[in-house]
Design a protein around this ligand. Structure first.
Ligand SMILES: [Zn+2]
Length: 241
């Protein structure tokens, strides 16, 4: 190769390297990823949605730069696809929580498979991605459910504690319960169809941040567990495989 040609190529290479970088950086400011083995992480997870108040919740999460995980029901993904698209676009995680919320431990294999597949399809249609985690309805699983989750390549993720929001439906009670059970790498069960959960979220996020928590997706929190498809976490009492 002639010297002139190689220096032209060198200039071209510099241009290719330098030009797109500032434009990209301006669009998506990159932050250092959070390492949940080093810092205090917590995963807020919202089940059964997208619920009626998902839009307000997404606004709050965006305002406070917090990430969450949504275990979605296919039937609501179908009726509220725009929320699901927004969840994914704004860096939240979406998981599969069945299509119509039957107890999988009382369901036929064919029903379980179709409940999972239909939800995968609806999420794909709404947001262009497929969930990688399964949360069986009511957190109920058995070996048949585990085998089917494995066929779909998905681990099952339950929760370390609940906010009991569906039971109390009271802003103060939800905050008190959530703060009482918050712990490092905790996975908190909440619902975006409970108005009081969404109403109290700004103050709850502020308090959690003041306590040093990083609000991250559930996959960040479980990374260190290296779950295989069909595994369940946290392992429920009496679970044998
Ligand atoms: Zn549920």
């Amino acid at each position: 190769m002639s010297r002139q040609m190689s220096s032209l190529l060198a200039i071209a290479a510099v241009c290719v390297t330098l030009t797109p970088a500032p434009a990209f950086a301006a669009q998506t400011p990159k932050k250092a990823p959070v390492d949940c083995e080093q810092v205090k992480c917590i995963a807020l997870t919202f089940d059964d949605g997208p619920g009626k108040y998902a839009g307000t919740l997404l606004d709050t999460l965006k305002k406070y730069d917090a990430k969450a995980t949504f275990f979605l029901e296919g039937q609501y993904v179908k009726s509220r696809p725009a929320y699901v698209k927004r969840m994914v676009a704004e860096g939240h995680e979406v998981g599969n929580h069945s299509y119509s919320h039957p107890d999988f431990t009382k369901s036929e294999a064919a029903t379980i498979k179709s409940e999972i597949q239909k939800t995968q399809d609806e999420v794909k249609k709404a947001a262009g991605v497929e969930p990688k985690l399964l949360r069986p309805p009511y957190g109920m699983a058995d070996l048949q459910v585990s085998d089917i989750a494995a066929e779909f390549g998905m681990p099952m993720v339950l929760w370390t504690a609940g906010s009991e929001d569906w039971k109390t439906k009271d802003v103060k009670a939800i905050q008190k319960q959530t703060l009482a059970v918050a712990q490092q790498n905790g996975i908190i069960l909440m619902h975006d169809w409970v108005k009081q959960t969404v109403d109290g979220m700004p103050s709850l996020i502020k308090t959690l941040k003041n306590k040093g928590y990083h609000l991250v997706t559930v996959s960040e929190v479980i990374k260190k567990e290296n779950l295989e498809p069909g595994d369940i976490y946290p392992v429920p009492a009496g679970w044998e495989k």
